[in-house]
Design a protein around this ligand. Structure first.
Ligand code: UD1
Ligand code: UDP
Length: 372
């Protein structure tokens, strides 16, 4: 039996690496990896770190790519790969254009699809954009759904997905995070960063397409307000390579006292930075899932989240992209020890670090029984 794993972006590499590693040691399943190249520089360090050896590399990325360009280039590139490999199953992760288009391409060739991190929903068509619709479309193209939580499973059942095709596995990001923490606990990769560790660190990331313009400007304004109002904090912001993000962030935050802008970090550095930070401000999906394992409060700079489990667990709070709201909530957590302690003690609702072996076990059963 042959499984083709298709990935293209940073979070897909992190979340599929544990599955790829387990598949490499699984008898009875041959695995192949295709990298679409939706990301380039931002993907490379992750491929190296996890020792992923791609069988195909499509190199589709173009600067400031539109969804039209990206979608058509990935679809055209995957046709040849799928036709020459003819796998028994295509495995995708999450809600990126790579994941959606790979599912569509597999469907065109009547190849079954397995979806890792299935069932996340905001129920808002345009937020996140285009991810909410990507993942809904993947659900209806896929045959096997690996839901990270019971809530994600319930979302799938509510959309008519048959119960026997949905398995709750936990999120593989926790497998990756715990593995990297364990392997690198003796390292200190942060010494190369220009940071003053006598100050409390606020880690920021923001890159969502629906926030380009007003939303991102609000986020930058909030950061300026936070450092103006609190002296003993320092903001560090690894800035995504998307030119729409960089142009705004560089204009609004360059040369600002106690705001350190750096390029995207490799995973080891980023995990240690999350661990060393006091508070995280982000619009990232993966970081909302990782932070609870590290006991770090997260202010989610979006209007809606597909990860309400983090909010309910008390470790994350939705604050939108309004500058005043973000700054008020951040300053409150910096000054109010009780509120901070309450948020930093939550349990991780997203997994126990064993999602990948569960997924691989299910794949073995289903593929070897011919039950697709
Ligand atoms: C993509 C995903 C998003 C995911 C994010 C993770 C889609 C539509 N979006 O968003 O769901 O949360 O990845 O980071 O699938 N760029 C580089 N080098 C890189 C990567 C990106 O220069 O290594 C620049 C390029 O100019 C590129 C642009 O960023 O055109 C946008 O990349 P793209 O993958 O389309 O969107 P992201 O915003 O990265
Ligand atoms: N991450 C990283 N370096 C960075 C920023 C993020 O390694 O500079 C990791 C982070 O730990 C998480 C993942 O990248 O696992 C999240 O990726 P991103 O925010 O780009 O995508 P999303 O999760 O929003 O789809």
């Amino acid at each position: 039996m042959k499984v083709l794993i298709v990935l293209g972006t940073r979070p897909e590499a992190i979340k599929l690496a544990p599955v790829i590693k387990h598949l490499e040691h699984t008898r009875g399943i041959t695995s192949r990896v295709c990298i679409t190249g939706q990301h380039r520089e931002m993907l490379e360090p992750f491929i190296k770190l996890f020792d992923i050896r791609p069988d195909y590399e499509l190199k589709v990325m173009q600067s400031n790519q539109s969804l039209f360009d990206l979608t058509s280039r990935v679809l055209a590139g995957l046709e040849g790969v799928l036709k020459s490999e003819l796998p028994d199953l295509v495995l995708v992760q999450g809600d990126t254009t790579t994941a959606f288009v790979a599912s569509l391409a597999a469907f065109y060739l009547r190849i079954p699809v397995g979806h890792v991190e299935a069932g996340l929903r905001t129920n808002d068509k345009y937020r996140p954009f285009p991810e909410e619709i990507n993942r809904r479309l993947i659900t209806h193209l896929a045959d096997l759904h690996f839901a990270p939580t019971e809530r994600a499973r319930a979302n799938l059942l509510a959309e008519g997905i048959p119960e026997e095709r949905v398995c709750v596995t936990g999120n593989t990001v926790i497998d990756a995070l715990l593995m990297i923490l364990e392997l690198t606990k003796a390292q200190n990769p942060l010494t190369s960063l220009p940071l003053d560790f006598t100050k409390r660190i606020i880690l920021v990331t923001a890159h969502r397409r629906e926030s380009f313009g007003k939303g991102l400007a609000g986020i930058c304004k909030a950061i300026r307000t936070i450092v103006q109002n609190v002296q003993d904090v320092q903001v560090v912001y690894p800035v995504h390579l998307n030119p729409n993000v960089r142009a705004c962030v560089m204009k609004e935050l360059s040369e600002h006292e106690r705001v350190v802008l750096v390029d995207p970090l490799d995973y080891v550095s980023f995990v240690h930075l999350m661990n060393g930070s006091y508070l995280i401000l982000t619009d990232s999906g993966g970081i909302q899932e990782e932070a609870p394992s590290l006991g770090k409060p997260v202010l989610v700079m979006r209007d809606v989240t597909e990860r309400p489990e983090a909010i309910e667990a008390g470790v994350a709070k939705l604050v939108g992209t309004d500058a005043d709201r973000i700054a008020t909530e951040a300053v409150r957590l910096i000054r109010d020890e009780e509120a901070y302690n309450k948020m930093s003690k939550a349990q991780n609702p997203f997994g126990d670090g064993h999602a990948a072996p569960r997924i691989v076990e299910i794949l073995c059963k289903v593929l070897n029984n011919g039950n697709r």
